[in-house]
Design a protein around this ligand. Structure first.
Ligand SMILES: *Cc1c(COP(=O)(O)O)cnc(C)c1O
Length: 435
């Protein structure tokens, strides 16, 4: 391993880049070992710098829902690149992408495009505060909404990996308006609204959290959350950067709307899949709120590369593939097959495991004792067996299966994963669990 090209590159990277990586969870600090430097990708596979092939269940942390190098997406990107990289002026494709999003997510009337999920969540927060004239915000322990200061409190995966509940460099006065609640804890929610209801600008939530592995909001909790927000004039902001166009074509909000008639959030934040692997994200909501944004309204928000022509081509081509009839049914079936397969492999090996999935997103945990149910909040995620996860992670990696390098992350299946890829993954899991 020491003389592997991955190790050489990691050594070299650490001289010019802090920690050798441009985003912390890539560094394998949680699981130990050397991060794999990826040379190229195709379909469901990645190849590292040593030429080893992996079945990819990270998919760039969500965007690659079609797998890597989908022909229609490649063609759209190549054509767009020839026409120009960036103009700093409006383009027709931005309208097309906005219209596509409005069609796929009912209840959204206007959308603004930005370049990262962090930017989208930060802007949605400013808009919620501007539109309500209130300062206080509510978030949940274990939910990540990007690294804007006010939201970087008890924010799950990346921070959890490094053992800091909140980042250094965020002054207390900047987060004094941020109220952090326990996910799925109804009493805590009621108490927060009783005490602060009149001051709450918004509640931001990952409806199906993917930054504390995979934890869903219970339906009765979501129903009550919607009622409380409406009653107190607070905006409900769904951070669907991970779940949007991933757990269902209409995102997690369409999943909850099936269980709660008429349900919709006030604002939605998108990213990851809508860029298809390019830097693109968005925030969206009803016209009356969205028109509070500059140039129409008093809430300022801008971006040199917002609605970038190459990124919008990539996102648009991706959305046009995933909206084809049967796409989500097939993707959900693959993800279900993988999740059920992992659970039955664990059962056969006598290893306690619980797991869940929705659409193309899944998660699994190693509880410390048999018979424990799925974690409902961040504390319960932290109580699962990290050492066992790490051992399993490395056994799978050695066998050519690339899972997220921390137990705090959800996993992603793409449309490019074939039945044979899933079976190969389960075979690797069976031997890893037996060992
Ligand atoms: C990834 C993610 C973000 C941040 O998006 P970036 O593009 O990495 O800035 C925000 N919210 C959620 C739920 C995410 O999963």
């Amino acid at each position: 391993m020491a003389d592997s090209r991955n190790s050489q590159l990691f050594e070299r990277a650490q001289r010019s880049i802090p920690g050798g990586v441009n985003s912390p969870v890539r560094a394998f600090r949680a699981v130990g070992g050397t991060p794999r430097f990826i040379a190229r990708a195709e379909g469901p596979y990645l190849w590292d710098a040593d030429g080893k092939r992996y079945i990819d269940y990270i998919g760039s942390w969500g965007p690659m829902i079609l797998g890597h190098g989908h022909p229609a997406v490649l063609e759209a990107v190549q054509k767009a690149a020839r026409d120009g990289f960036s103009f700093g002026a409006p383009t027709e494709r931005e309208i097309e992408l906005a219209e596509e999003i409005l069609q796929l997510v009912p209840g959204v009337e206007q959308v603004r495009l930005v370049s990262s999920g962090t930017e989208a969540a930060m802007s949605a927060l400013r808009l919620a505060r501007g539109a309500t004239g209130r300062s206080r915000i509510v978030k949940f322990e274990g939910c990540y909404h990007g690294h804007a200061d006010a939201l970087l409190v008890k924010a799950g995966s990346g921070l959890a990996t490094f053992g800091h509940p909140t980042s250094a460099g965020v002054p207390p006065e900047v987060v004094q308006h941020t109220l952090v609640l326990t996910y799925n804890d109804l009493a805590g929610l009621e108490a927060a609204f009783d005490a602060h209801g009149r001051d709450i600008a918004c509640v931001m939530i990952e409806p199906i959290a993917g930054n504390m592995n995979f934890v869903r909001t219970a339906v009765p909790y979501m129903r009550r959350l919607r009622e409380l927000c409406t009653q107190h004039g607070a905006l409900l902001v769904f951070d669907e950067v991970m779940t949007g166009f991933r757990v269902a074509l209409g995102g997690a909000q369409s999943v909850y709307a099936k269980a709660i008639p008429g349900f919709k959030p006030d604002l939605s934040v998108f990213g990851k899949v809508i860029g298809g692997g390019m830097p693109l994200a968005a925030f969206a909501g009803p016209r009356a709120i969205m028109e509070q944004l500059a140039p129409l309204g008093p809430v300022y928000q801008a971006g040199t590369l917002s609605g970038n022509p190459v990124a919008t081509a990539c996102g648009l081509a991706t959305l046009r593939e995933i909206r084809k009839p049967g796409f989500f049914e097939a993707l959900s079936q693959s993800t279900r097959r993988l999740t059920d397969g992992l659970l039955s492999a664990a059962r056969e090996a006598g290893v306690p495991m619980v797991g869940d999935c929705e659409g193309g997103m899944f998660g699994f945990f190693f509880p410390r004792t048999a018979g424990e149910s799925l974690p409902q909040n961040y504390g319960q995620v932290l109580a699962t067996d990290k050492d066992r996860f790490n051992t399993f992670f490395h056994a799978m990696l050695d066998a050519g299966v690339y899972l997220a390098p921390a137990l705090y992350e959800a996993g992603f299946v793409s449309a490019a994963h074939s039945a044979a890829d899933l079976e190969a993954t389960l075979a690797a899991a069976r031997s890893a669990l037996a060992a």
